[in-house]
Design a protein around this ligand. Sequence first.
Ligand SMILES: NC(=O)c1ccc[n+]([C@@H]2O[C@H](COP(=O)([O-])OP(=O)(O)OC[C@H]3O[C@@H](n4cnc5c(N)ncnc54)[C@H](O)[C@@H]3O)[C@@H](O)[C@H]2O)c1
Length: 360
Amino acid sequence: MAKDRLRVGMVCGAGIGANHVSCWMSLEKQAKITAVMDVDQELAKNTAHMAGDVPWTTSLDELLARDDVDAVDICSPPFAHADQVVAAAKAGKHVLCEKPFTINLDDADRALAACKQAGVKLMIAFPRPHSAAVRRVKEMVETGELGKPIRIYSSHHMRGEWLRKRTGWFWDPKKSGGTAIEGVIHDFHFLPWLFGPVERIYAEAGTFIYTDREPTLPDDQLVVLWRFKNGAIGIIDGGANQPSNYGGHTSIFFTEGGVRLERGGEMRIHRGMKAYHPAVEEVHHFGRMGDDTDLITSAYHPSGHVGEIAHFADCVLNDKPPLTPGEEGRYALECAWAAILSFRTHQPVTLPLKKPYPSY
Ligand SMILES: NC(=O)c1ccc[n+]([C@@H]2O[C@H](COP(=O)([O-])OP(=O)(O)OC[C@H]3O[C@@H](n4cnc5c(N)ncnc54)[C@H](O)[C@@H]3O)[C@@H](O)[C@H]2O)c1
């Protein structure tokens, strides 16, 4: 794209959208929000004010018809994503779409096809790969610095009420995809992102705490076992029923050591597996931007999503492939659906899934 500043249309501005707005505002040399759309008029107006008193609308068509919008940043709830991505692609706009890409695989396929046909970029907003600590772990997997990867454990716990989803959509799996697709999708993306394609998934899940809510989450707690094509194995322990608000970490074990990653970006590297007291290296990196070779001194940035957003702008402006393209959003969804199918049938599920795809 022959421009040095990306012109962005925000699709929704509350919730995570407000975080994205502050990220875009901090990237003023690279990008500018030129218009805002939200179905809620008050939220549209407030967000437009936050973005520097730019024009606002409650109509997506109106936003997409604007000549001063090169790309849209879709932060609406999951049930709206597929149609909005398709509409944006048809209007020739590049797309950054919040996770989960869509709820159902057929919708992901039509959104991918629309972006491909229109020749626009599609990136799914998974923040973890934009942490320098996480990229360092990916490098360890690729170079074999700690030997072969053998096991990964990842936990992801949230508290349903804390999520504050404005219209209550989280509690309806048809609107959110349930806990597996709305929340734990971060791990359904992250595990194959690190360990590669998946052979088989087995899951158990249930409603343990929010049994009296209507609609009811099918999976306020789930545990997922993985076998990767490279032979490694894994576990996700995820849920939406934790008493505190949010928590989780990832531990990765190799034949010659291990790494523990905290959600804030801190990382602990253990070198050696057989010795009782292996060497331990503490690495502190709290930021989402920064130089991979200088983890300890990388600058902290208060907006956790700024690295991901800066990367999207760079991909569009300089015609680069996104680190987390639409296809990865679809693969994460396929893994989540394998887990859902498994806990529905009490059987292990082999990937890829076959049509007709399951759906909510
Ligand atoms: N990456 C992350 O860490 C992260 C964190 C939170 C949420 N999310 C994702 O972001 C998305 C939004 O979640 P949230 O927590 O901000 O939800 P929310 O309910 O807090 O906010 C949703 C916003 O979307 C607007 N909206 C509703 N329907 C719309 C539509 N059809 N078109 C345009 N705007 C619409 C609402 O008015 C509101 O402004 C979800 O997909 C969620 O999974 C990602």
